[in-house]
Design a protein around this ligand. Structure first.
Ligand code: GLV
Length: 319
């Protein structure tokens, strides 16, 4: 029997030393080498020229030009906007994504921030610091209040389930309305109608031509002072100037932002010190091998065995 030569997989990642052993253990039949994106040129050019698979996050300039046999790109996370729009990644190369257990992480993030408000955690801390017993600090009842979750795939649905456990009335906002036995789903074109009575709007959608700039002054003009916007999707879903104007005008009460158009968020950004903005460092869905490899495993096996990979993203849709 003729043995198939081991297929090669390049791991180009800022945490490649963590990913490489985990991927190798998951699929020992692959020849895997790795480098930091800034140091990819340290990889043997002859090896790269023969390499057909790549595991990466941000794709460094010039790399794919050295990989004429590249036949699969596995993203190390959920959002693939940086890859589908990459000028050097030719259209015929399948890109696959992985969202692992992001839904659980992000559900905790969303509930954590919302409960911080509802349980009035900051006011209690202030009262405690001043030695004040203040029974007037009553928690807010979230029961029956409206939570809108934009983007209702695996991640959005998990967030929806958690918000429902808090007693909220959850509506999934989607682009293509479909029947759903569990949740009320509405089209993104209905958002203006839903926002006046919403307690929170969670953005769990990818950055696509349809979602970019969706949260703008036109939409936010339908908001209300109790509305909290929580963005765990992508920074460019929100027009930042319009967001700040809505906070000042009172059509938005609080913005909890984990993602930004520029990351790290530049030090001069007005978001840092705005009293109605919470900034977190894109940490709502950590990418760890333990959480993500189960998603990638089937394609790793298919790749090792010479079969085409499955579940490639639709580049025109953007996810
Ligand atoms: C993180 O933002 C991801 O898309 O995985």
């Amino acid at each position: 029997m003729k043995l198939m030569p081991m297929r090669k997989l390049a791991v180009i990642h800022h945490r490649w030393t963590q990913w490489l052993p985990a991927l190798q253990q998951a699929e020992p039949r692959l020849d895997i080498r790795g480098a930091h994106p800034r140091e990819w040129e340290s990889l043997d050019p002859a090896w790269l020229a023969e390499t057909e698979g790549m595991f990466c996050w941000k794709l460094p300039e010039g790399l794919t030009g050295r990989m004429p046999k590249l036949a699969w790109v596995q993203n190390s996370g959920a959002g693939v906007d940086h890859l589908v729009n990459h000028p050097e990644l030719s259209d015929h190369i399948p890109i696959t994504r992985a969202d692992g257990r992001f839904g659980f992480w992000m559900a905790r993030y969303v509930c954590g921030h919302l409960l911080t408000e509802a349980q009035r955690v900051n006011e209690c801390a202030k009262a405690q610091a001043a030695g004040l017993w203040n029974p007037k600090v009553i928690p807010e009842d979230l029961g029956g209040k409206s939570a809108l979750v934009l983007g209702f795939g695996r991640i959005g649905r998990q967030i929806g389930k958690a918000l429902r456990e808090l007693g909220m009335d959850v509506t999934g906002i989607v682009y293509t309305p479909r029947e759903d036995s569990e949740f009320n789903l509405r089209s993104s074109t209905d958002l203006g109608e839903l926002l006046p009575t919403a307690r929170c709007l969670v953005l769990a959608a990818p950055s696509t031509p349809l979602t970019r700039g969706l949260v703008n002054s036109a939409l936010l003009s339908h908001g209300n002072p109790a509305l909290t916007l929580i963005n765990v999707g992508r920074g460019d879903l929100v027009n930042q100037v319009d967001l700040l104007a809505a906070l000042d005008a009172g059509t938005l009460g609080h913005a909890v932002l984990d993602v930004f158009t520029e990351e790290p968020l530049p030090i001069e950004s007005p978001l840092w010190h705005h009293p109605k903005v919470t900034v977190t460092p894109h940490h709502s869905g950590p990418s760890t091998p333990k959480d993500l490899i189960p998603d990638i495993l089937e394609n790793l096996r298919r790749f090792a065995e010479g079969h085409p990979v499955q579940y490639a993203v639709d580049r025109t849709r953007g996810y």
